[in-house]
Ligand binder design. Structure first.
Ligand code: DX5
Ligand code: ZN
Length: 224
C-alpha cells in the first residue's frame, strides 16, 4: 500500500539529482530505501522554472519499480494528466491555485487509473479542500513556494499541518498528507508529529550523500 496514513514514506525529489545520470541516481535512492520517486513538473508559466515532461519520465520508468509521483506545477493540468499516466506515473498532484476545474481534474486522474492529490501553496488556506475530500487520495502541503529546490522550510507550515490533520480527523477521512520543501532529518520529527506522512526531500538527500544514510536518518526520526 503506497498511501498508508499510518506509516511514513520518503519520496526523494529528482529535482536535486544529477540530471546527466538520472537512472543511476534513481537506482541509488531505490537501494537506499526510498518509497516513492517525486517528479517536479514545471512549465515555466505556473512557476518560473522548467523541468522535464512525459518523454523523459517514460525513459526513466524502467530504472525502478518504485511508484512515480508527479507534482504538476503547470498552468493547464488537464492536458498533462493522460501523457504522464501513459509514461508510467502512479500518482499525480495538482495545485489548488492552477486555473481550471479542480474536481474535474481529480476525477480525470482517477478515471485514468492513478492516485489523485491536491497541492496547496504556503499562503493558501486548507478550507478549499473541505468539499473535495472524497475526490482525493493524498494532500500535498508546500512548505516552500514552488519552483526551486534548496529553499528554507516556512515555519507556519507546522500549524497548517496540525489544522489539516484536525480537519481530516473531524471529517473521518484519514487521507495521507505529503509535505514538500525544506524537509530533511533535522525537521522530520516535528513535521511527522504535526501529521505529515509522505516526506518529499530533494537537497537534503541528493546534496548529502550517501543517500541511504539520509533516508535512514529520516525514517528513524519519524514519529507516527
Ligand atoms: C519545489 C519542489 C520540491 C523541491 C524540494 O517546487 O516542489 O519538490 O524539489 O526541494 P528541497 O527538498 O530541496 O526543498
Ligand atoms: Zn515537489
Amino acid at each position: 500500500m503506497i498511501l498508508d496514513p499510518n506509516s511514513v514514506s520518503i519520496a526523494p525529489s529528482l529535482l536535486s539529482a544529477d540530471f546527466s545520470r538520472l537512472c543511476e541516481e534513481i537506482a541509488r535512492i531505490d537501494r537506499g530505501g526510498a518509497d516513492i520517486i517525486h517528479l517536479d513538473i514545471m512549465d515555466g508559466h505556473f512557476v518560473p522554472n522548467i523541468t522535464f515532461g512525459p518523454p523523459i519520465v517514460a525513459k526513466i520508468r524502467s530504472c525502478t519499480e518504485l511508484p512515480f509521483d508527479a507534482h504538476l506545477m503547470v498552468q493547464s493540468p488537464d492536458q498533462f494528466v493522460e501523457p504522464f499516466i501513459d509514461a508510467g506515473v502512479d500518482m499525480i498532484s495538482v495545485h489548488l491555485e492552477s486555473p481550471g476545474h479542480l474536481q474535474r481534474t481529480l476525477a480525470l486522474i482517477r478515471d485514468k487509473g492513478a492516485k489523485a492529490g491536491v497541492v496547496l501553496n504556503p499562503a493558501t488556506s486548507i478550507e478549499g479542500l473541505r468539499y473535495i475530500l472524497d475526490d482525493l487520495d493524498y494532500i500535498l502541503i508546500m512548505s516552500v513556494n514552488p519552483g526551486f529546490g534548496g529553499q528554507a522550510f516556512i515555519p507556519s507550515t507546522i500549524q497548517k499541518l496540525q489544522d489539516l490533520s484536525n480537519m481530516l480527523h473531524e471529517a473521518g477521512k484519514p487521507i495521507p498528507i505529503q509535505l514538500d520543501g525544506g524537509v530533511g532529518p533535522a525537521n522530520t520529527a516535528e513535521v511527522t508529529i504535526a501529521g505529515a506522512r509522505i516526506l518529499v526531500a530533494g537537497s537534503a538527500i541528493f546534496g548529502n550523500p550517501p543517500y541511504e544514510e539520509v533516508i535512514r536518518q529520516m525514517k528513524e526520526a519519524a514519529v507516527v
